[in-house]
Each structure stands twice: as C-alpha cells, then as structure tokens.
Design a protein around this ligand. Sequence first.
Ligand SMILES: Cc1cc2nc3c(=O)[nH]c(=O)nc-3n(C[C@H](O)[C@H](O)[C@H](O)COP(=O)(O)OP(=O)(O)OC[C@H]3O[C@@H](n4cnc5c(N)ncnc54)[C@H](O)[C@@H]3O)c2cc1C
Length: 529
Amino acid sequence: MEPSSPIDRRAFLRRSLQVGSVLAGAAVVTIAVADHHHPATPVPTTTTTTLGPPTSSDWATLAGSLAGSLILPTDGAYTADALLYNSKFVGLHPQAIAYCASADDVARCVDFATAHETAFAARSGGHSYGGYSSSPGLVIDVSRLSSITVDERANTATVGAGAKLIDVYNALGAHRRLLPSGSCPTVGIAGITLGGGIGVFGRKYGLTSDNLRSLELVTADARQVSASATDHADLLWASRGGGGGNFGVATSLEFTVHPMPEVTLFTLQYPWPAAATMFEAWQHWSLTAPDELWSNCQLFTQGDYGYLAQVGGVYCGPSSALTGLLATLERGVGSTPTYRFVGAREYVTAMEIEAGCAGLTVAACHLTTQNPAGTLGRSAYSAKSSYVDGPLTSARVSLVVAAVERLHAEAPTIGGGLAFDAYGGAINRVATDATAFVHRDKLAGVQATYSWSSATPPSEIAAGAQWLTWLGRDVFDPTTGAYQNYIDPTLADWAEAYYGSNLERLKVVKTKYDPENHFAFAQSIPRTH
Ligand SMILES: Cc1cc2nc3c(=O)[nH]c(=O)nc-3n(C[C@H](O)[C@H](O)[C@H](O)COP(=O)(O)OP(=O)(O)OC[C@H]3O[C@@H](n4cnc5c(N)ncnc54)[C@H](O)[C@@H]3O)c2cc1C
C-alpha cells in the first residue's frame, strides 16, 4: 500500500491551513531565461554622487537600463509580485521590484539604490521569516538567475542565485548528484545557503553552506566579485552561514555535489500519551545514530485534527540496513506506533515527498506566485528557534510536551508545535570558526511554529504569539543560540544567538565590503564602529 507522505514542516503548515488557505493571486514571475525586452545598457561605474530620492523619471531610466524588467506599483503584476512567502507580510509595499536578468542588472540596481540613498533588499525565494527580502525601496529579485549546470567529473554544480530548491534537486537528480539542503521546494538557493541550510542529508553531507565552494556577488559599491578559497576568502567564509542580505547580492553559487545514495524514508507515529517517551527515546537514539541516518522529532497540535507525535527521517542506504536501527528506537519507545512507514525512494522522489509535493510535476511544485504552473499556496505563520546541546532531562521533556498542550488549550483551532531536527555527523565535524555557521556542537535544532488562516480568530493568532514569547523565555535555553535562517524579529540578543563567537569576524567582513552599511535591515550584521 502506498504510504501517506511523511509529514514535514511545510506539509504540516499546509495541512494546518486546510481550514481556509490564503492563496495568492496568480502571477507570472518565474522565468528561467533572460527577458530581453530591451538591450541592456553598459553597467555604470559606481555612482559616487548622491542623487536624492528617485523620481518617476529615475525609475523609468532604471527600467530602460535593465535586460530584465522593473515592476512599479502602477503595473498590474505589482500586487502579486510584492508578496513574500509568508502571507502575514501582505502589507509590505516596495517602490519597485527589479527582476534582474543578469549580474549586470543586479549591479545597475545596487548602483541606482545606493546613489539615490534608497533602501533595497535582495530576494531569492522570498521565504525570510522576518520579511527582510522586501524593502520600502527597491527589491532586487534574482529569481530569473536560475540556471543550473552540473560538472559530473568534478562533482560540482553552478546554480543561479534565484533557483528554487525543487529545481536544484530535479536538475541534480538528472545527473545522479545530490546537494544537501532544505525540505521546502520553493525556498531560494541563495537565502538558504547564506544562512546555513539544514536538511535531511545534513548529517551525511553537511549543511548547504558547507558545500559552497565559491560564489559571485555584487557588493555595495556595485562591483561584481568572485569569492573563493583563494580570492576574497573572507567573503566566502562569511557567506557560509553569515546570513542573507548582509555583504552583497549573490548572483551565482558553486557547490560540491555528491553521488546519489540509495535513500530510505521512514515515519513512526505514536499516540499522544507516548509523546514524552518517544521524545526521550529519540534524543538518545539520535545521539548514537550513524551519519547516514537523519531524523527529526515532531510534537504538534493540529487544531481540529488532534495531536501529532512523530519521528521521521531519511536514511542513506537500503531499508534492510535501517531495520535494526529503527528496532532500537522502537524498543526505546516501548509501545506500538499507530502509523509506521519504511520505504526506499529515488532521491528526487524522496525530496518531493519531503516537500509535500508527492505526485505533482516539478512545475506544479512551485508557488502560484513563482511559476505560472505552480499550485502551492503561501502560509501565514510565526516561529522561534533554539538549540538542544544534549539530551533533555525527563522534567524538561515533560515541559516540552506540556508546551504543545498549552498551545492547544490557548488557541484550539490553530496548528503548531515543536520540531527537533537532528544535528551531529558531518555538520558537527566542522570547526565552529571554519565557516560563519557557528552551531556545530548541537544534538538538535528546535523550531517552534504556529500557523493560521484567514478564518482564524485574531485572539488565537495573538495567543500563538504569546505562546512563542513564553517558549523563548521559559522553555528554550537562550544560551544555546538560534538558527539565523529562522530569523526572528522578536529575538532581543539576535546577533549573539545567530553568530556567537563568529560575530566579531563577521563585523570585520561587513565593514570591509559594506563600509557605509547599504545592506541594512533590522537584523543585518553591524559594522565594527
Ligand atoms: C516553509 C519553509 C520551510 C523551510 N525549510 C527549511 C529547511 O528545511 N532547512 C533550512 O535550513 N531552512 C528552511 N527554511 C528557512 C529558509 O532557509 C530561510 O527562510 C531562507 O532565508 C529562505 O531563503 P529565500 O531565498 O527563500 O528567502 P528570501 O526571503 O529571498 O531571502 C532570505 C534572506 O536572504 C537575502 N537574500 C536573498 N537573496 C539573496 C541574494 N541573492 N544575495 C544575498 N542575499 C540574499 C534576503 O535579503 C533575506 O535577508 C524554511 C523556510 C520556510 C518558509
């Protein structure tokens, strides 16, 4: 019998929105090749004078200079094009959105925005939890830079900064190659890589950013810079986990890729009364798991659908080799799962299942705002992240389970809870200062989320926000840090939490490449002075 898909974070978000999804209006956005409406004008040398806020004629001049296109509020496509993935950001209204067709276009946009002292933000997949890929000024969208080429001999792939994960997996799969990265199919490769990139192959092959060999960026002075181990090595170091939007606009990224392994998926679900024992067993099991085994432990309330207690994961190897490993976990839990699935899948199929896209075409596995054939809707949610350094005591495990019950008690119709993603393996073998990604000694990353729909009473949305605040204060251990890709506008000590002992070095790189702080948003890396 064909199993139902393992429930990943994204599938959960979508499922929890079933009471009334907020679907974006259709928009034509993703175009994989350059749009050549007008010939590109030469890239200007950096404008040094300040020109004042852009007038409509300035915007027209910028539009005329781009090989791509510029969308203004007067354009029919604007409303949909201004949207980010999280539908709670519907109120953000940039002055213009540039769909760059080349790195030269990006340079023109950076030069224009800095010369006119206009705020700007880079946008790849638009999934920033803080809405930081929008701007009151210019959005520099790189989604048309989406080409993907694979060098099978060198085991490398060069990926345009605007490619979406599902397209990356599909293109690599055609070459029987793999890049470890996240589950959400519509996340942009630039955003996830620059902030780390946790995924189901992470324990075996590391973070996405650990596999970044070099990248091309446009820096604040509108220069096009290649950063590699030998050239601008400080910029490569900072780009491997230092967070999106801080040092330049990435236009292309080169990765190490890996021969496709055999892949086996598994899901075990338990009745809610077994949630605490399941969690306890999982954390000890995860600690001793081989690199080939990645898993996560999910504790959720699903509104009207009840609770979910689940361990799921991906094993790089045949199902026969997973059997013994799962038996250890099942013995530790000591009760019978209500649902059990173990099955081998091809890498791309496995990633489609993880993405909640099983049975869809690749084109359909996009947002309606990203691809004319896209069928995926956007979500409204809030989140908070933390880390677990080692197995939690029984008392803390009980607190974690009670926290999910508290959310259900306070906001009975909304879905939310806690997902613990296993770290360890290749992730933890990298030294904390080898790349900007500092979280190298963790048992697991934890993410608390709750999501809502247009039908959710505002009082429940507010209760969810209070729940997150309470978790951050009374349940999470603030000394363990937070994941910069789950960027959290409510986090007070965010710079320390995201970057820890790498913060000072990141400030130095920031000051060198963006001395006037043009790449600025509420949680951008500060300069040294
Ligand atoms: C449903 C969902 C599932 C997720 N699953 C995972 C997961 O499995 N693993 C994981 O690690 N993370 C996951 N994430 C988090 C994700 O990695 C971050 O939200 C990431 O920043 C998104 O990248 P993006 O390009 O889509 O977003 P964007 O909003 O476009 O960008 C994020 C940040 O990077 C900047 N940026 C964008 N493009 C560029 C560029 N070209 N150059 C420089 N800066 C740029 C933006 O300005 C912004 O500050 C998930 C997020 C969502 C919403």
